[in-house]
Ligand binder design. Structure first.
Ligand code: GRG
Length: 295
């Protein structure tokens, strides 16, 4: 178990180094935008999505280092969504990743542009990767990432979320919202990683199912932590769902059933991984980490 953890930590460290250096030294008169992007990108994020991408990649291909840029692009997309989600026009939050939110430090206009800048930079990185590694599977993977973040994925989910505020919504709508808002990018991270690494169609199907279950478990855990976690540890405002009068898995099922559901989904994730004849131990480790996380 310790060996697996060490490897995941090694990948996380390399990802952090890559992201940490990405914007350094860039910009002249417009330097402020690079500072703003770097500020949120290199705060204390868990790096779940790039880890899923890189672990998915390494199940099928040896050297994950060459895929670091695409993993970094996914983290940029995720970070942009957090910056925009925190804006006064959306969730209006002051704290993210343990630090004041982007608009609190740089002002709303720069925060909007920093989000836009991160999304564009992610696309630049993926285009460059595809030009330099001209293979159909890389194009397919980058298209999947881009689609999962768009109106049929994360943005669509965010719109459902905004339109559902202060409202009791049907359970079916709650599931649809989260499968788009949080689930789509998580599922795309693992599937695109495996795809870039050269997985076969049947392996991609199993990983897509795994990604869906993992994304749902991740969101239910997020709802649990919102009521039972504390602001300092989470690095973001606890109890925010209650304050925003949101329908969550906890309001619908209660805490105990949510914990049970998370456990059940984790078992199902493991079952999916067991059907793949590859070394899935790193993904098993991260699946357990997500179940037991406290932030
Ligand atoms: C603004 C287009 C747009 C989309 C926003 C992802 C999202 C959609 C909003 C974030 C709101 C939120 C708290 C969603 C719950 C699940 C989630 C995505 C949590 C944050 O992800 P983590 O826990 O965060 O991976 P870190 O900071 O560790 O990367």
């Amino acid at each position: 178990m310790e060996k697996k953890k060490e490897l995941i930590e090694q990948v996380r460290k390399e990802m952090n180094e890559w992201l940490g250096g990405y914007f350094s030294g860039r910009g002249t008169y417009e330097k402020k935008i690079f500072e703003a992007m770097d500020y949120s990108l290199n705060a204390n994020g868990k790096r779940i999505r790039p880890l899923l991408f890189l672990l998915g990649f390494s199940m099928f291909s040896g050297d994950y280092k060459k895929a670091l840029p695409v993993a970094g692009a996914i983290e940029m997309i995720h970070t942009y969504s957090l910056i925009h989600d925190d804006l006064p026009a959306m969730d209006n939050d002051d704290l993210r990743r343990g630090k004041p939110t982007n608009h609190k430090v740089f002002g709303e206009a720069i925060a909007i542009l920093a989000g836009d800048g991160l999304l564009n930079e992610a696309m630049n990185i993926m285009f460059r990767f595809c030009c330099e590694n001209n293979m159909q599977r890389n194009l397919d993977a980058c298209r999947l990432i881009s689609e999962s973040a768009g109106v049929d994925g994360m943005i669509g989910g965010q719109v459902i979320d905004m339109l559902s505020e202060n409202m009791q919504i049907p359970l079916e709508q709650l599931y649809a919202m989260h499968s788009k808002k949080t689930g789509a990018l998580i599922k795309a991270s693992i599937v695109s990683g495996a795809m870039t690494g050269g997985a076969a169609a049947d392996e991609l199907c199993l990983l897509a199912e795994y990604g869906e279950k993992l994304g749902l478990a991740f969101q239910i855990k997020d709802d649990i932590l919102d009521v039972s976690g504390d602001t300092e540890k989470l690095g973001k405002r606890a109890q925010s769902d209650i304050e925003n009068k949101k329908t969550t898995f906890v309001t619908e099922y209660g805490l105990e059933k949510c914990m049970e559901l998370c456990g059940k989904l984790t078992v199902e994730c493991m079952e999916n991984l067991n059907k793949i004849s590859r070394d899935t131990s790193q993904l098993e480790e991260i699946t357990m980490y997500l179940l037991n996380r406290d932030r």
